[in-house]
Design a protein around this ligand. Sequence first.
Ligand code: NAD
Length: 234
Amino acid sequence: MSGINNIVILTGAGVSAESGIDTFRDAGGLWEQHRVEDVATPEAFARDPDLVLRFYDMRRAAIQTKRPNAAHEALARLDAAWPGELLIVTQNVDDLHERAGAKRLIHIHGEHLNAWCTACDARSRWTGTLIERPACPACGAAGMLRPDVVWFGEMPYRMDEIYAALNRADLFVSIGTSGAVYPAAGFVREARQSGARTLELNMEPSQGSHWFDAARHGSAGALVPAWVDEVLGQ
Ligand code: NAD
């Protein structure tokens, strides 16, 4: 693709929808069954830790039964083949990008398969449950592990690196996100200010659709492989 060296890709729940992982805001999505305030805030965890731990234990078990789809695979192919800078910033807490093979990846909202010890600050890979209050593998403290997921009201991860990449980007592409959750929803404006071209790939126009130079609407499993072929000139 001419004139393009640095690419930043933002992904959201829509990228994992065809793998069978619920999105948050679509009809029938995750938030329809649970109020955000009941499961995804620090206040909820303080008020009813069993409810929150059980919710995340269920999600952690569920994602391990899912598989990457054609969109994850195409992005991993682009990551492996693209000679310039590339960064995939995902809002997803599943591990489907990395299971497909993506390497240049930041989980801005944390990861389901990590437990975070609030005593020693260590992150440990965690595939089992937290409800029984297991000890931290790093420091041995009992009952101090929580899901390593950024809750509403908490600071997303690695923002300095992300803004630096956005400021260098020639192309910003947003895939499968409703554009409702900040700061990720503001990335398109940041990239535009730095002169990047901007493209949205989503099932429907997102809340921030008007900020993009171009948009394609349809399923990520169809749109992303076709777009990656274009970028790689195949
Ligand atoms: P969202 O649910 O708000 O938006 C999903 C968007 O994807 C919608 O605009 C929808 O039209 C689109 N979409 C649905 N199916 C699609 C498909 N097959 N192809 C292309 N687009 C499709 O999710 P969001 O924007 O990611 O933001 C909400 C928050 O939800 C994020 O913080 C994220 O961490 C969290 N989340 C993560 C997961 C996960 O890890 N897989 C799942 C649900 C929610």
